[in-house]
Design a protein around this ligand. Structure first.
Ligand SMILES: Cc1ncc(COP(=O)(O)O)c(C=O)c1O
Length: 429
């Protein structure tokens, strides 16, 4: 941006940094033949082409329904999609597939958004002013960190354990915020609770419940509710283990929990329809913000999902998808066993799109590191772990990890990418 143009920018416009995602995509364009294990893209051949074309054909064959679909919709979203989504969530949480939905999953508190990304952005608009504090997982979803950076939020990271957030560390942080007089600036805790991006970990219900209890304890001192955002973007891409209920199932939690869901990963990333189940006290504010953004997510795209969900094609597609990702994860695992030296730690995900690998601390993986530059030169791209850590002044960012995705790269390229990366790591051992 030129100097004269900069003078015209808002504080946010001046502050906003290049999103890592744009930088990573630029690397892909600048290095032809690169195998990207970085992108969180879904698997192209798995996308529901036949299902979508059937749903669209049926929809467009009925001129009345087609006219409705091709018209603006309403700000909170299509009534049928909100109902189907609420029912779907209740079924995920309880196993009950009844038509009636209990108040915990009420469609009246459900807002359809343009991807869950829009919901995440709107949450910061509804709750946060510059300088407010958000607690995130260490590591966390790096695109959320971009939102926080541009909006001048202070992020504090709490380490992750295999069960979820480290509860002792969370309590210590809440206590230190209280002692520093900062608790009133803490607005919400952001958790990616299923097959987390980037670590692959799933939080247990007991852990999530304990986080909520701690927040409730401290909110008396904060003087306002402290919300908990449960981002469940990868929930339905589970191919192992048992499904864990969301916090919506916990009695009384609905006044504090914001459940962020999406149809991107389980159906089509190009349709980009997401949703939030919001506490009643936030719904009107969030709907007004949505009204100012776009007064409603693209109606035709919502209708595709209504058709897919109501016809059962969504569930059938998801069953295939799970098998496919289980297979791709197994392909990556076999390649890691074959090509990565044993001093690299990684654990096997039971859903989602990612392996998270940790090198010994002395081996840096960041954008400026030799490992990263040589991997690029050798034709493979990963997400440097450092990008997934908030700018938390109380600790240094770990810089020896990498996120490896088996989502976008083909079955043939996944092992080749891991082979190339393994060779770089061995050369630096
Ligand atoms: C953890 C997490 N949340 C939210 C999103 C946003 O997805 P969408 O806007 O497509 O729903 C993503 C996308 O990669 C993600 O990884």
């Amino acid at each position: 941006v030129s100097r004269t143009a900069t003078a015209a920018l808002s504080a946010l416009g001046r502050r906003i940094a290049e999103p890592p995602i744009s930088w990573l995509m630029k690397q892909t364009l600048e290095h032809p033949g690169l195998i990207s294990l970085a992108a969180g893209f879904t698997d192209n051949p798995s996308l529901p082409v036949a299902e979508t074309s059937k749903v669209l054909r049926e929809l467009l064959a009925d001129s009345g329904a087609a006219q409705v679909a091709l018209q603006y919709g309403s700000t909170p979203g299509d009534a049928a999609l909100r109902q189907l989504t609420a029912r779907h969530l209740q079924a995920l949480d309880t196993g009950r597939t009844t038509r009636n939905v209990s108040p915990a999953w009420s469609p009246d508190r459900l807002l359809i958004t343009h991807g869950s990304q829009q919901l995440l952005y709107m949450i910061t608009e509804a709750l946060c002013d510059e300088g407010d504090i958000v607690i995130v997982e260490d590591p966390t979803y790096f695109v959320f960190l971009g939102i926080a950076q541009s909006r001048a939020l202070r992020c504090r990271g709490v380490p992750l354990t295999p069960q979820g957030l480290d509860l002792d560390a969370l309590e210590r942080l809440l206590d230190s915020l209280h002692r520093a007089g900062d608790l009133k600036r803490l607005k919400f805790v952001y958790l990616v609770t299923y097959h987390q991006n980037p670590s692959g970990l799933t939080s247990t219900l007991a852990n999530k419940r304990a986080v909520l209890t701690l927040l409730r304890h401290y909110e008396r001192r904060a003087g306002h509710p402290i919300f908990l955002v449960e981002d469940a973007a990868y929930r339905e891409l589970r191919f192992g283990g048992k499904d864990v209920p969301s916090l919506l199932k916990v009695k009384g939690a609905e006044s504090r929990v914001i459940y962020a869901g999406t149809y991107s990963k389980p159906f089509a990333t190009g349709i980009r329809v997401g949703f939030g189940v919001l506490p009643e006290a936030l719904f009107t504010t969030m709907a007004r913000i949505k009204g100012n953004h776009d007064f409603g997510t693209a109606h035709l795209l919502q209708q595709i999902l209504v058709g897919a969900l109501a016809s059962g094609r969504y569930d059938a597609h998801l069953a295939d998808l799970r098998v496919r990702y289980a297979h791709k994860a197994a392909v990556m695992k076999a390649a890691l066993l074959e090509h990565f030296p044993p001093f690299v730690e990684w654990c096997e995900p039971d859903g989602g799109l990612y392996f998270w690998a940790r090198l010994p601390g002395r081996m840096k993986t960041g954008r400026q590191s030799r490992v990263f530059r040589e991997a690029l030169a050798g034709g493979v791209l990963y997400v440097p772990g450092e990008l997934c850590y908030a700018d938390d002044p109380s600790r240094d960012k770990p810089d020896c990890e990498m996120r490896l995705s088996y989502g976008g790269a083909s079955e043939k390229l996944v092992p080749e990418g891991i082979r190339r990366l393994g060779a770089v790591i061995r050369a630096h051992a």
